[in-house]
Ligand binder design. Sequence first.
Ligand code: NAD
Length: 366
Amino acid sequence: MVMTSTQAGTGPAVIGRMEEFEHEEVLFCQDRTTGLKAIIAIHDTTLGPALGGTRMWPYDQEGDALSDVLRLSRGMTYKSALAGLDLGGGKAVIIGDARTQKTEAMFRRFGWFVHSLSGRYITAEDVGMSTTEMVNIRKETPYVAGLPENMGGSGDPSPVTAYGVFCGMRAAARTAFGSESLAGRKISVQGAGNVGMHLVGHLVKDGARVFLTDIHDDKLAMIAKTHPGITLVGPDEVYDLDVDIYSPCALGATINDDTLGRLKCAVIAGAANNQLADEAVHGRAVMEKGILYAPDFLINAGGIINCAWERKGYDRGAAMAQTERIFDTALGIFKRSTTEHVPTYLAANEAAEHRVRSMRQAGLHF
Ligand code: NAD
């Protein structure tokens, strides 16, 4: 059963929330046989089809899932716009436990829903997903990226994302410290996952002093074995460290009322999406505290750049070269923030909105 919010009688609450940030379409999907409960949000397709991953998470409330997908899909519009991609912003969430509830049938059914959008939305991996699910979705629709290399895909995007975060962090270092070199800089990395692991490799190579945390000791042990010089710290200790740079690479909303007073860093630059618990409140608060915040969607665009190259014929070298441009884009955003006395998140939002608006005004709509 397919319902768009405008047809479904889901009430003004949903449409009102769509109006707030001008989302184009929200598709609610359920299938009792496979247990699928999903929401696909298309924020903006001015620049191209809305590409963004699917997240599987056991949300307590349906409203939480809706909030997440609306915020994440808008972030994708901004991410692709700033990265210079001809892609719009979309995202999907599946309500469920990724460890116990994933089945082939569920993901094929989900692929069927993605296909019903006729290419306006293209999915990929996000939290809780792997290439296995993308392969199952591909059985029902061609509108999927992040496929394995043996299927002509680009494989795991995390190394490319990590490289982009590294480039963005170097731009932030140049702005804050006068040099992009991270040699000797004390950097805390929160999250020893796919991105964190690759990021640590770049930081160590550049001569940084790395402090790493995760909630899973086995992941920490694995990275410490490869990089014996790093220091492992506890998950809560990370907010109190006396470091130059804090790099959130785990979950969102780690910059909040509780942590802001504890952070001693001069720069925040990491991979996690939606790091600011409340964009307007905490985006301004970091600036007032004298911290240079590298907007997440600006510097974690490596993954979407990789997916974009997969769609037009994968070329790893070209994807890495385009990802490297995050350095210059970030420098421009930091400069604008300083010149105009606006928080970096706002400078980045405005630059993204400007690109979308100017294409729309020129009639260059996807
Ligand atoms: P991942 O699931 O591989 O790694 C996340 C890690 O964070 C895990 O090891 C987990 O144990 C750890 N973690 C969870 N809660 C924690 C906590 N409270 N303290 C410390 N560690 C904690 O995910 P990933 O692919 O490495 O992505 C990391 C972040 O970057 C996510 O927010 C993701 O949305 C974002 N991101 C990833 C990509 C990509 O290409 N993978 C692209 C853009 C954005």
